[in-house]
Design a protein around this ligand. Structure first.
Ligand code: CA
Ligand code: CA
Length: 94
């Protein structure tokens, strides 16, 4: 049995594996096999969760914290930086 490593953010959760039995041997046909509950660990992280990798242009959001969107909060940061950094010869001033 394999899990699909998709990009959906599902968080850690459990899944139940059920079984059925079919056999020509009446000793095994239709026997009850207990369900198995398995833990599933998702390696994808939602916004703000530990391990989240933010877009390089998402530098701000409400409260000055990255919010997983490149939006006006980020533009305000960029614009403020442009106003502070006026030395065109400085490679750090973009
Ligand atoms: Ca996933
Ligand atoms: Ca943002």
């Amino acid at each position: 049995m394999n899990a699909i490593d998709d990009t959906d953010v599902e968080g850690s959760h459990t899944g139940t594996i059920t079984h059925t039995s079919a056999s020509e041997d009446s000793n095994f046909d239709g026997i009850v096999i207990e369900d198995m509950v398995v833990s599933i660990v998702d390696n994808d992280h939602g916004c703000g969760e530990p391990g989240q990798i933010y877009n390089q242009f998402d530098v701000s959001g409400p409260g000055g914290v990255s919010d997983c969107y490149v939006n006006l909060y980020d533009f305000v940061e960029f614009a403020g930086y442009w106003l502070d950094c006026t030395d065109l010869a400085n490679p750090d001033c973009l």
